[in-house]
Design a protein around this ligand. Structure first.
Ligand code: CP3
Length: 353
């Protein structure tokens, strides 16, 4: 079946569109009162992810409020380490914590690559429910974390500013880290292929911590494994192509090599100049982003001006997917999201004559 509003797919494949598509990272989340209510009902965040009916409901909440051009399945990147048995919980106000972080050879050797058909059916079941509810109105994005970003949480055991423990392993025991990253790549290929089989139309890799790596380390310890994942994906599904978006936060200095990774689009954070980024990647990939998430704290006319500036900075022609440069903050007023989405659709038309 063809998707009615296929702007996102077309823009990702750099095909002409009538207006620039827009969606927002973390568009389902705490800034929406209806989300906070369902989360309360679920008891905690992980229960919410693991209950397909509730995950489906919160996936659809932002779609009901705003004319977004895509939905993203409500889940988390840490589902894979959870399925590997690391004992994940989300401490209130603290973020993710693992009961059994990876600290030695034995722990990494023991890790089993989860079979998504056994350990992650709650995600594929939620995808099937959402696809049914969306009724091919807009595309659904599936996702996973990059192996390096998952390794950061799995080794450190929780969130951190600098992830000193994975960085220590990188310099002191690189072979051991490569072993872990190889296992995570294999697990992610199986997981994303299961999401594709369940119906997602696009996949995105979140490399939130790739920007912590040194200039020479990023290609070996993060990009290489994302490239292995892209190679392993079943991107041709009943005659249609599943586009792949690769987002490395802080990845602005590696755009030319990211563009050669086999991805269809690069997600940019807000520190990157999109005009220069477009020049650097030529016409080889689409670009997604990259408004500063904090701009949603500004007054509506400021939001509109900045949207216009970003659209102008990308310029004419296809290949731009409007988004924030990182996830939306939980204390944003939903009305500001409405202003942003409408401004993108209204003011982008002139760039698609
Ligand atoms: O974009 C979407 O709407 C889909 C849902 C989504 C979530 N997490 C839901 C979530 C996506 C795509 C993610 C990805 C994710 N998860 C990343 C990569 C993207 C990024 O933001 O950099 C990372 C690093 C994680 C790990 C994670 N999950 C952290 C660090 C936290 C705590 C931070 C926080 O905001 O509290 C989470 C929890 C989480 N994942 C929430 C949501 C809506 C908040 C949970 C809640 O309190 O209700």
């Amino acid at each position: 079946m063809t998707i009615k509003n296929d702007r996102l797919i077309r823009a990702l494949l750099r095909q002409p569109v009538d207006a620039t598509p827009v969606w927002i990272m973390r568009q389902a989340g705490r800034y929406l009162p209806e989300y906070r209510q369902v989360r309360k009902q679920a008891g905690n965040f992980l229960n919410l992810c693991k209950t397909p009916e509730l995950a489906c409901e919160v996936t659809l909440q932002p779609i009901r409020r705003f004319p977004l051009d895509a939905a993203i399945i409500f889940s988390d990147i840490l589902t894979i380490p959870e399925a590997m048995g690391l004992g994940l919980h989300f401490a209130e106000g603290e973020g993710p914590v693992f009961a059994h972080p990876l600290r030695d050879h034995t722990a990494i050797d023991k890790l089993i690559i989860p079979n998504p058909a056994e350990a992650l059916t709650y995600v594929t079941d939620a995808i099937k429910l959402v696809k049914h509810e969306l009724a091919e109105q807009i595309p659904l994005i599936g996702f996973a974390g990059s192996p390096w970003t998952l390794a950061c949480y799995m080794i450190e055991g929780h969130g951190s500013k600098n992830f000193a423990l994975p960085k220590k392993m990188l310099y002191n025991e690189p072979t051991l880290l490569h072993k872990l990253l190889t296992k995570l790549s294999k697990a992610t290929i199986l997981y994303l292929n299961a999401q594709i089989a369940a119906g997602v139309d696009v996949v995105m890799l979140f490399d939130t911590w790739g920007g912590l790596l040194g200039y020479n380390e990023y290609p070996q310890f993060s990009l290489h494994y994302m490239q292995e994942i892209i190679k392993g994906l079943n991107v041709s599904q009943s005659g249609k192509k599943i586009p792949v978006i690769l987002f490395t936060k802080g990845g602005g200095q590696w755009l030319p090599i990211i563009a050669n990774s086999g991805c269809d689009a690069i997600g940019l954070d807000w520190t990157t100049n999109i005009t220069l980024a477009r020049q650097q990647v030529g016409g080889s990939v689409a670009l997604q982003g990259n408004l500063d998430p904090c701009l949603l704290y500004a007054k509506p006319d400021k939001i509109v001006t900045e949207v216009q500036e970003l659209l102008a900075a990308f310029g004419k022609g296809p290949g731009h997917i409007f988004n924030l440069g990182h996830g939306i903050n939980p204390d944003v007023d939903p009305e500001c999201v409405s202003v942003l989405v409408d401004a993108v659709h209204t003011y982008s038309k002139v760039y698609h004559p």
